[in-house]
Design a protein around this ligand. Structure first.
Ligand code: FE2
Length: 440
């Protein structure tokens, strides 16, 4: 997959680096020297701290950012639970009522939706745990067709959003600056950061993994060495950009314990003139992933494709790559794992599932110890193939949220969305025939 080439509007400027210390100011001399919260911040601004970890977290994990803004975030009326027509609360689901199922699950592509904005497009597909206890995760499908209304911002108090964009373009205005995202790019918006999503190129669709505790890290590289997989310099954070609006009526939507709340204020939340710290949103172009693989026999565990890692979920991709192994069954083996595997497809055809049942914008979920692997046709072809160097996955990008937790699924995923494939097992593995011959 080539690296995305595009002209970058001036407002979408980025700082490179993953969890490295950044500072950015849209007006010169905004950031203080010395005291982070000086008695009188420059330009008449307010200093505000945004913490992404406990204050006492080890230095290597501590994520804090200082904001210098026109008005503090606290200047708003109380948050009230949203009570509106429609099913916005139902869409966010109830993790206490998910269905824990040992069966293999697969979904046809989820529909685009011309009517919903970002906030009202979020549909809980599954998850486990409890945002209030800061444990577990949620998996959402989004399909939005309209920009968020003017003067509406959103944040999740529940966790970090890892957004995997499958279709369209997202123009995301955050408190810390702008992020423009296209398919094959991921965006991570940490807990609490306020943002709004507009759609400059029509509908958007994709997947979200929400982490209820902690934050993603890059995996350790061990014997791979100092470079490889996702390189730190390819992660991009926004630079400071602000609006000067202290007289308009704004609404802040907040996802809190998987329930939507709303508050009013008379100024823009996007008034951060400068910031410095380690807690910020970022994006990453999956086309920049440096694939490592076997050059002799067998293939490594899929952990070799890990982009971002966390104790309750790794984010893994399957990029275009060369297969050169000798005397090797090259597709994934048949397997049962202690981990749950939620897979999605951003574009193209996933090289391990060629039968047409796993399509872009669809998904599959193989939960803890659910047996799976190549379907009958893929096994037959791979077993008989002449093994030459071959490039697989050209024009394709599949991904996986891999978790040690059992991922329950919502009634929306099983019924309401009407995308569940009810003959997945019959289409994939039931037709496999034995080939055992004792005498050979
Ligand atoms: Fe698997």
């Amino acid at each position: 997959m080539p690296v995305t080439k595009f002209s970058t509007p001036e407002k979408h400027m980025y700082l490179n680096g993953f969890q490295s210390y950044h500072e950015s100011e849209a007006v010169p001399n905004t950031l203080p020297v010395g005291a982070n919260s000086p008695q009188r911040p420059a330009h008449g601004l307010f200093a505000e701290k945004l913490s992404g970890t406990s204050f006492i977290a080890p230095r290597c994990e501590n994520l804090q950012t200082w904001l210098y803004r026109i008005l503090p975030s606290a200047a708003h009326l109380p948050f009230e639970k949203i009570n509106e027509d429609g099913d916005v609360q139902a869409n966010l689901g109830d993790l206490a009522k998910v269905n824990q199922l040992p069966r293999q699950l697969r979904w046809d592509p989820f529909d685009l939706d011309d009517s919903a904005d970002w906030v009202r497009s979020l549909k809980l597909l599954g998850g486990v745990g409890n945002p209030a206890m800061k444990s577990g995760l949620g998996i959402f499908i989004f399909a939005a067709g309209t920009s968020m209304p003017d003067k509406l911002a959103f944040y999740s108090a529940d966790g970090d959003f890892l957004i995997v964009l499958q279709h369209g373009v997202m123009d995301i205005q955050t408190e810390l600056g702008h992020i423009l995202a296209r398919p094959n790019e991921i965006v991570v918006i940490p807990r609490g950061i306020r943002y709004r999503v507009t759609l400059p190129a029509g509908p958007i669709r994709g997947y979200i993994l929400e982490l209820f505790d902690g934050h993603f890290k890059l995996p350790e590289l061990g014997p791979i060495g100092s470079n490889g997989l996702a390189n730190a310099r390819d992660f991009q954070a926004p630079v400071a950009a602000f609006d000067e609006d202290t007289s308009s009526a704004w609404t802040i939507n907040c996802k809190y314990n998987n329930t939507l709340f709303s508050a009013e204020q008379n100024h823009t939340p996007f008034d951060v003139v400068g910031w410095h710290g380690l807690y910020y949103p970022y994006k990453y172009d999956l086309g920049r992933f440096n694939v490592i693989g076997s050059t002799s026999f067998d293939h490594p565990d899929p952990s070799i494709y890990t982009v971002l890692s966390h104790p309750v979920a790794d984010f893994v991709i399957f990029p275009p790559r060369w297969l050169v192994q000798e005397d090797t069954f090259r597709p994934p083996w048949y397997h049962r794992n202690t981990m749950s595997e939620f897979m999605g497809l951003i574009m193209g055809e996933y090289d391990a599932k060629t039968g047409g049942g796993f399509r872009a914008a669809g998904a599959s979920l193989h939960n803890v110890m659910s047996a799976h692997g190549p379907d009958a046709d893929a096994h037959a072809k791979a077993s008989a193939a002449d093994l030459h160097p071959v490039k697989v996955g050209e024009g394709s990008m599949a991904f996986m949220f891999e978790s040690p937790l059992m991922i329950g699924v919502t009634d929306w995923a099983l019924e309401t969305c009407h995308k569940l494939q009810h003959k997945y097992n019959e289409a994939s593995w039931v037709p496999i025939k034995p080939a055992f011959q004792r005498s050979v």
